[in-house]
Design a protein. Structure first.
Length: 279
């Protein structure tokens, strides 16, 4: 059993006030999620967090931001999370793009041209790069024309604000989905009222940690963290997480819970890729 314990990802109960979101989330999802959490009586899948690099004992939420937001609204003092580190081999960061529909392409491009500190270059066909003058994002409208979003503004935080300004143009006026597509070609058949595709630049984990520590948040739905291994279906009692006990005592109880589950041989490790149909 000792060897099994060594392979278990690091689980810890932390103050919810120390857990920081790195991108804006959809508040409309929080209230229904609060109801489901309370009704279930268990904390099923621990969110994943990574410590900031500033020694402040704060953590960035990589996955599970809506669950953490729900706990905060429910006035839970602590949250059970899985802690990973930026240099963990099993941590990978990818990005999502946004497919937009329900907004006219011409209207969207005209709005982009009115953004402060931004100019568009038509016909640029390259992967976006947050650090270059042109291509901090790439826009492809429904009929296929490409626009590179350019700026002379310097500084990572300022450029992230431009990305937020782009997303603000459509997130409340149109519908959007996250996608890993890089072209509108295959999207046209799926989205009859297609406006276009916003292609975002790649970020580094450490850059996002720094931005989060500074209070700068990325646009909603553009980061995709992959963590392996991760803990699922833990089903830890909510009452134990909510109890009015010192944090050290709660973490001791958590370790007892883990040891008990291991002793009962109810913990399974799946090395292969797995599809879960009960999420």
């Amino acid at each position: 059993m000792a060897q099994t314990e060594e392979r278990i990802p690091h689980l810890e109960i932390l103050p919810v006030t120390s857990l920081l979101e790195h991108e804006w989330h959809d508040d409309q999802r929080t209230d229904p999620l609060m109801v489901r959490i309370e009704k279930s009586g268990v904390w099923r899948n621990p969110p994943i967090v990574a410590p900031l690099l500033d020694g402040s004992q704060r953590y960035m939420v990589l996955d599970g931001a809506n669950r953490i937001a729900s706990l905060k609204k429910l006035n839970y003092p602590h949250a059970l999370v899985q802690v990973v580190h930026p240099d963990d081999q099993g941590l990978k960061l990818y990005n999502w793009n946004h497919v937009i529909w329900g907004l006219g392409s011409s209207e969207f491009v005209a709005d982009l041209e009115q953004l402060k500190d931004v100019y568009l270059v038509s016909g640029e066909d390259e992967r976006p790069n947050l650090l270059k003058e042109c291509g901090i994002a790439v826009i492809q409208v429904a009929h296929g024309e490409l626009f590179s979003v350019c700026t002379l503004v310097e500084g990572l935080e300022n450029r992230v604000e431009i990305l937020n300004a782009i997303v603000d143009l459509y997130k409340h006026r149109a519908s959007l989905d996250r996608t890993n597509e890089w072209s509108v070609v295959r999207l046209k058949a799926v989205y009859p009222d297609l406006c276009g595709l916003v292609i975002f630049p790649k970020f580094e984990v450490k850059d996002i940690l720094v931005l989060t520590g500074q209070g700068s948040m990325l646009p909603t739905g553009i980061t995709r963290f992959m963590v392996s291994p991760r803990v699922l279906h833990l089903n830890y009692p909510l009452e134990a997480m909510k109890a009015d006990l010192p944090l050290e005592e709660k973490n001791a109880e958590l370790q007892d819970f883990i040891h008990q589950r291991l002793a009962e041989r109810s913990v399974r490790y799946y090395a292969e890729a797995t599809y879960l149909f009960d999420e």
